[in-house]
Design a protein around this ligand. Structure first.
Ligand code: ADP
Ligand code: ASP
Ligand code: MG
Length: 465
C-alpha cells in the first residue's frame, strides 16, 4: 500500500491532471491519492475572503468565477462521458453557490475570522478532488472519493488545526482501509479537515503533505510519495540557487530541520507520522518521472556532510527585558502564559538571566495576533523589536563534528557579523540570523562553499533537472 500526494502545480490544469492520472494508473500498488487545490486556488480563496470582509463582494465574486471556470475547463477537456460530465458540473455549480453565499454573508458581517477563512479555503481542495475524481471515473478507474473533512478530525485552532490522531486513525481504519482492501483507489483532499462538530478546518498552508503522512502512517503504507515540481529535495531552493543539486537521500531528522527552517518542499508536520511508523517518504517530480527522487528515511547516512541550506524570510526579533521589580522567574512564567494564550509559532527562543529573545516569522497568523501579543508583552517588559531579518540554516547529520564549519561559513562570507550565529542547539542544523537584504548573497556564497567545489562523484548529490 502506498500514498501518492500531488501538489498544486501537479494538478494545475487538464494536461497536468492527465499526467497525474497516468502516474497513478501506472503504479499497481493499493493506494490513497491525496490532492491539493489547483495552482493558486488557495491564494484566490483567501483573497476573496479578504475582499468580502472589506465589503467588496462584487470583486470577490469575480475572482471566484475565474477560479470556478478553470474547473469547468478541466471538466470539459477531460470528461467525455455525458452523464459524468453533467454530474461533475452540477457539483461544481453547488460549490460555486456555497462560495457566493459565504461572500455575501461576509460582506454584511465584515469581520474576517480564522474560522471564516477556513470556510473559504476548503473549497480549493473540494473542487480539485471533484474534477480529478470524475476524470478518473471517465477513464474507468476503480476509484472512490473520500471527504477528508469526515476522516481527519482536528482541534478548533482554525488555519493551523492539528488532528486528533486517535479519532482520525479510527476513521481511517473504519472508512478507508476496507475500500483499499477491496482494491479501490481512494482519492481524497489534502489540507482540509473538520472539528468534531463538523466545522471545516485547515491544517496550515502547504499542509497537504501532512495529510498524506497522516493517511500513510495510519494505513501502515510501504511508502508515502510526495509528487511535486522538482526532482526531489535539493541542496537549496532552486528559485534562489540555479545550481542546486538533488539529494538521493536524507534522514527524517535532517529533513525535519530543513522543513522547520523554511524548505517549502515538504511541510514540517509531515515528518513525524512517517518517522514514528518508520515509513519512507519519497519526494518525486511529476514532470520528470525518470528521476528516482529523494528518499527520506531513518538512517543518518553521510555524516559530517552539509546536505542542504534553507532560509526563512520576514523574521522579527523581539528582545524582552523584565520591567523593574519583576523577578526573573515570575517574568518567565508571565511570558509563557502570554505565549500559551496566543500560541505564535516561534522559531527560536533564547534567554539569558536578564532578557529573552524571541525569533519569529511574520506571517498571516502573527499579523492577525501581533497587536495582542505586543500589548501584553509591553505590560511586563521593556520591549524592542527588530524586523527584516532572515534565518539561514545549514542542515546535515552531526554537524558538530564537521571540520572547520564555522571557519568555512565566515571565510566564504567575510562581512558576516558574529552576532549572526544563533547556535547549534540541534546536532543536525546550524542557524544564522542575518539581515534580509544580505540573504541571497550569503546563500549563494555558502552554496558555492559547500556544494559547488565538490567533484560530484559522491553518490549523494545528483544533477537536478
Ligand atoms: P507543491 O505544490 O507540490 O506542494 P511546493 O511549491 O509546495 O509544491 O514545493 C515545491 C517547491 O519547493 C519547489 O518548486 C521549490 O521551489 C521549493 N523548494 C524550496 N526549498 C527546496 C529544497 N531544498 N528542495 C527542493 N525544493 C525546494
Ligand atoms: N492548497 C493548500 C495551500 O496552497 C495546501 C497545499 O497545497 O498543501 O496551502
Ligand atoms: Mg507544498
Amino acid at each position: 500500500m502506498i500514498v501518492m500526494k500531488f501538489g498544486g502545480t501537479s494538478v494545475s490544469d487538464s494536461n497536468a491532471i492527465t499526467n497525474v492520472i497516468n502516474i497513478v494508473r501506472k503504479n499497481t500498488a493499493r493506494k490513497i491519492v491525496v490532492v491539493s487545490a489547483i495552482a493558486k486556488a488557495t491564494n484566490i480563496l483567501e483573497q476573496a475572503a479578504h475582499l468580502s470582509a472589506n465589503g467588496r463582494a462584487t470583486e470577490a465574486k469575480k475572482i471566484i468565477e475565474g477560479l470556478v471556470s478553470r474547473h469547468y475547463t478541466i471538466i470539459n477537456t477531460l470528461i467525455k462521458n455525458d452523464e459524468l460530465k453533467a454530474e461533475a458540473t452540477e457539483k461544481v455549480i453547488n460549490y460555486h453557490l456555497k462560495l457566493e453565499e459565504l461572500i455575501t454573508g461576509l460582506a454584511v458581517i465584515k469581520e474576517l475570522t480564522l474560522r471564516t477563512l477556513d470556510a473559504f479555503r476548503v473549497f480549493g481542495e473540494l473542487l480539485s478532488s471533484l474534477v480529478i475524481y470524475y476524470a478518473m471515473k471517465d477513464r474507468d478507474m476503480n476509484v472512490v472519493l473520500a471527504d477528508s473533512r469526515n476522516i481527519i478530525k482536528t482541534d478548533n485552532e482554525y488555519s493551523r488545526a492539528y488532528p486528533d490522531m486517535e479519532i482520525t486513525l479510527n476513521n481511517i481504519d473504519t472508512h478507508i482501509l476496507p475500500l483499499l482492501k477491496k482494491g479501490k483507489t481512494v482519492l481524497t483532499q489534502g489540507f482540509i479537515a473538520s472539528t468534531n462538530e463538523g466545522i471545516p478546518t485547515t491544517m496550515g498552508r502547504e499542509s497537504s503533505d501532512f495529510t498524506a503522512a497522516i493517511y500513510g502512517a495510519s494505513i501502515g503504507a510501504d511508502e508515502i510519495q510526495i509528487w511535486t515540481d522538482v526532482d526531489g529535495v535539493l541542496t537549496a531552493d532552486p528559485g534562489m540557487i540555479k545550481k542546486a543539486k538533488k539529494l538521493s537521500e536524507i534522514s527524517f531528522l535532517e529533513m525535519e530541520e530543513l522543513s522547520n527552517f523554511g524548505a517549502k518542499v515538504l511541510h514540517k508536520n509531515s515528518i513525524r507520522p512517517a518517522f514514528h511508523k518508520n515509513i519512507p517518504l519519497r519526494v518525486l517530480n511529476s514532470k520528470n518521472t525518470a528521476s528516482a527522487g529523494t528518499v527520506i528515511h531513518k538512517r543518518l547516512n553521510f555524516p559530517r556532510t552539509i546536505k542542504s541550506i534553507t532560509y526563512k524570510r520576514n523574521i522579527m526579533v523581539l528582545r524582552l527585558k523584565p520591567k523593574e521589580g519583576i523577578n526573573q522567574y515570575i517574568f518567565w512564567e508571565m511570558l509563557l502564559n502570554i505565549l500559551g494564550k496566543h500560541k505564535p509559532q516561534i522559531d527560536i527562543l533564547v534567554s539569558s538571566n536578564n532578557a529573552i529573545i524571541i525569533v519569529i516569522a511574520e506571517n498571516n497568523y502573527t499579523k492577525i495576533h501581533y497587536d495582542d501579543l505586543r500589548n501584553e508583552f509591553e505590560e511586563i517588559s521593556d520591549y524592542d523589536l527588530v524586523k527584516d531579518k532572515a534565518l539561514l540554516t545549514l542542515v546535515g547529520a552531526d554537524l558538530y563534528s564537521v571540520n572547520n564549519i564555522e571557519q568555512r561559513i565566515f571565510r566564504s562570507n567575510p562581512k558576516l557579523k558574529a552576532e549572526s550565529i544563533i547556535f547549534g542547539y540541534n546536532p543536525h542544523s546550524f542557524t544564522l540570523l542575518i539581515d534580509q537584504k544580505e540573504l541571497k548573497s550569503v546563500l549563494q556564497k555558502l552554496h558555492k562553499e559547500f556544494f559547488e567545489k565538490q567533484d560530484g562523484t559522491m553518490n549523494l548529490f545528483h544533477k537536478a533537472k
